[in-house]
Design a protein around this ligand. Structure first.
Ligand code: SME
Length: 178
């Protein structure tokens, strides 16, 4: 079966899994399992955007410590439901492939992780990767929608992912009821 045929068979299942379910974590857990076992990926999972508990010192205020001029709480990505080996639990905005997809609000396809500056190697086995951002809601009338999570998939082979994966995976994550 070609990759395209696999996705075509899998999308209706993914849609059915999400239909009528309101718990985002439950949907993510089953989608990760579905993708992981159907394709035999190395690591398949989600990171969610989570506000940090506390703010940090403002880098733009020279004497921030003395004035207690703190920046508002920031966010980072926190590990969500996944299948595969252990993974890092926090990823900063703009960091690694996941943080880049979050910041740039687009799917990032990495044919060779060693060629991606700042790639975070949760596993030395991972050779290529795709990260798909998940938006809070469809963007309507020029209104920007927040990225609330990302889907991250790693492969042990080089150049596993291409535009076909991007297209189908973007469709798949749109089924999640947030
Ligand atoms: N490689 C990712 C980190 C997450 S793991 O692959 C599960 C990155 O660079 O963001």
């Amino acid at each position: 079966m070609s990759k395209e045929e696999k996705y075509k068979a899998l999308l209706p299942q993914a849609k059915a899994l999400c239909e009528g379910e309101t718990d985002m974590i439950a949907q993510m857990a089953n989608l990760a399992a579905l993708l992981h076992h159907e394709f035999g990926f190395w690591w398949t999972g989600f990171y969610r955007v989570k506000r940090s508990e506390v703010g940090g010192l403002r880098p733009d205020v020279p004497d921030a410590e003395a004035t207690s001029d703190l920046q508002p709480p920031t966010s980072d990505l926190i590990l969500g439901p996944f299948q595969g080996p252990l993974a890092c639990m926090h990823i900063g905005y703009g960091k690694g492939v996941c943080g880049t997809a979050w910041k740039e609000r687009r799917t990032v396809v990495v044919p060779d992780v060693e060629e991606f500056p700042g790639h975070i190697a949760c596993s030395s086995e991972s050779r290529s990767e795709i990260v798909v951002p998940i938006f809070e809601k469809a963007e309507v009338g020029g209104q920007r929608s927040e990225v609330i999570a990302v889907l991250d998939i790693d492969s042990r082979e080089l150049a596993t992912f291409d535009d076909t994966d991007r297209r189908y995976l973007e469709q798949l994550v749109s089924y999640i009821n947030l």
